[in-house]
Write a protein that binds this ligand. Structure first.
Ligand SMILES: NC(=O)c1ccc[n+]([C@@H]2O[C@H](COP(=O)([O-])OP(=O)(O)OC[C@H]3O[C@@H](n4cnc5c(N)ncnc54)[C@H](O)[C@@H]3O)[C@@H](O)[C@H]2O)c1
Length: 279
């Protein structure tokens, strides 16, 4: 999709971080927006800052883990605007816990948002995107969809799954000559709220030696890219119909490490974690 003017873009997790920055850049590019988030206050702030008229903006408090609510939202977006062209499956959460001690409630909470939310968004909107004659599905994975990281197994599982799901979909769409395409997005560290909003299990501290506050600080130290830069890289990828988009020099470095050391990168990560724990 080369041009966003008057295209209808749907964004989940639009109340903060990357989702909010996507809304801002898409609005500036002339798109009409359907914004959603589970956090009403954040959503309202994003919407009011845009200052768009009602015929160019709709908002919905939506939990992406609620399948029926997501399908209802898709119907309502198309009732409101008449069509839909892009779905950015962006809403996401984080969790620190070891595999052994992670409880199923936390694991399922994360998978329901980070994986099933992406599946629901894709499947609810795909028929409408086809109907519009031009569409793009943008699924936000992570560099943690490329490499495994200790205490991040749930997040890794969801983000690897988003990548596999999106790559499979891309081939299906190409094989059928669909007017819809899709892209898997792999941000490195982006300066957003994600670490502060994360759930953190005591088992993560047992393994790494870092408690919740320290872990947030450690993660945030590695966050190099602004949400605005991330949004701009994502939209460039959509315009170029890219299969995979890496965001930030850290993402490029991790991708390179994974290609050069497809399995032994794991030893490097363990060494890095031990070094951090001693500091
Ligand atoms: N920040 C990073 O370093 C980074 C790196 C790689 C990938 N990502 C991914 O980018 C995406 C956006 O995250 P962000 O960094 O902007 O974080 P953020 O915390 O700033 O924003 C995430 C948004 O998702 C919303 N959300 C959470 N649970 C939801 C639910 N059940 N239903 C609907 N909305 C919900 C939150 O309210 C929030 O507004 C996520 O998928 C995240 O995993 C982020």
């Amino acid at each position: 999709m080369k041009n966003f003017k008057d295209k209808v873009a749907v964004i989940t997790g639009a109340g903060s971080g990357i989702g909010r920055a996507l809304a801002q850049e898409l609005a500036a590019s002339g798109a009409k927006l359907a914004l959603s988030d589970i956090n009403e206050a954040g959503l309202k702030k994003t919407a009011s800052d845009l200052g768009l008229a009602e015929d160019r903006l709709m908002t919905r408090v939506l939990d992406v883990a609620d399948r029926q609510a997501f399908y209802d939202f898709a119907d309502d977006v198309v009732n409101h605007f008449g069509y839909a062209n892009m779905i950015f499956n962006n809403a996401g959460v984080a969790l620190g816990a070891t595999v052994e001690d992670m409880n199923y409630d936390d694991f399922e909470w994360l998978m329901n948002i980070n994986f099933w939310g992406v599946v629901y968004g894709t499947k609810a909107f795909l028929p409408y995107l086809k109907q519009a004659g031009e569409g793009h599905i943008i699924n936000i994975s992570s560099i943690f969809g490329l490499v495994g990281i200790p205490t991040q197994s749930a997040y890794n599982a969801a983000k690897f799954a988003v990548r596999g799901f999106t790559e499979s979909l891309r081939i299906e769409l190409e094989m059928e000559g669909s007017p819809v395409s899709c892209t898997s997005i792999h941000p490195g560290g982006i300066k957003t709220n994600i670490a502060k909003a994360a759930r953190f299990d005591a088992s993560a501290e047992k393994l790494t030696g870092a408690g919740k506050d320290q872990s947030i600080q450690d993660f945030e130290k590695m966050f190099r890219t602004t949400p605005e830069e991330a949004a701009s890289t994502i939209l460039k990828g959509v315009r170029g119909n890219k299969r995979r988009v890496l965001i930030g020099s850290d993402a490029v470095a991790v991708d390179t490490m994974q290609r050069l050391l497809p399995t032994s990168y794991q030893k490097l990560i363990a060494m890095g974690q031990k070094y951090m724990a001693k500091k």
